[in-house]
Design a protein around this ligand. Sequence first.
Ligand code: PLP
Length: 370
Amino acid sequence: MNAMHVALPPVREDLRDFAGYRSARSERVSGTIWLDANESAWCSAADEDGSLRRYPEPQPEALTQALSDLYGCEPRQLLVGRGSDEPIDLLVRAFCAASRDAVLVTPPVFGMYAVCARLQGARLVEVPLVDGTGDFRADLDAIAEAALSSGAKLVFLCSPGNPAGGTLAAAGVLALARKLAGLALVVVDEAYVEFADTPSLVPSVTDQPNLAVLRTLSKAHALAAARIGCVIADPGVIAVLRRCQAPYPVPVPSAQRALHALAAASLRQTRERVVRTREERERMREAIADLPGVLRVYPSQTNFLLVRVDDPAVAFGRLLDAGVVVRDMRAMPQLGDALRISLGTPTQNDRLLSALTGSAVTVPALEISS
Ligand SMILES: *Cc1c(COP(=O)(O)O)cnc(C)c1O
């Protein structure tokens, strides 16, 4: 065992010698006539550029390289998945034995961690966020204690948080990872980090092998339907997850679109839109806070706002009547009076404001000459 890997949390014991599925394309052979994978000899009428007839690369090399360049890591530290939802599932499967191992989460938080734990039969340990005077905060000492006492194999932290909106201090996360070295993997979900003031933790993965970071093209990069996300972690962890993953997880059309989105011109546009979204976020935060019936708007490092209102049913209904759909958070712990509002275009945001005010939508006045 490599010295650096001593700090890695143990993979499920029953998976130690699990090789996963060996697809035709994972055999290292070469040739000019490929008759090894039972693919069709002809292209489909739906296949305009002939890119769909053959099974895709399991981990498209160009995309892995482009994502690694974007996030600042080595290709061997990165696994491309179907959104970042898939890496969440793979992590739970690879590290948690059913009915024995635990996953730690910090509600109110993104629901997929608990869903994947449930599916795998892993125990769920909850350390709720603390609703302070400013915003929701994770209690990192309580998290460390609960992880140690429950023997959790995975600690999911969401930073910036969905739906809480705030970020965790990097120093605190790294201290937690050091405390849990060799015992648990600390997974930081950075689905919204492009919208935040604080930098990503990706560069820290190299020195802290029990730290993993989730990134996605679904939010700032506007490719939710392409289903491209990734996990960045120690190469040993990446290799284990790859063995647990489906044989051909990345469809060619999705990989092509993702590469397009990672070209310099697209990235420039993405950055401009992030700037506009952040401006809208601050404008909307002040405007919503001033509305009657609004109790609190949380500070946000994301592309949405978490809002507490005195009568959520009325607010939700008013918005629906105006054709504006927001996320009703009332079923979430600590959020019985809350709505989560994604930031739209300035025009859409204005529509939301007038709907919440209860006033009619402003129609530009006609010029009447008298
Ligand atoms: C949206 C979101 C994801 C991203 O999911 P994808 O599968 O990449 O589309 C991951 N984590 C959080 C917290 C999210 O809000």
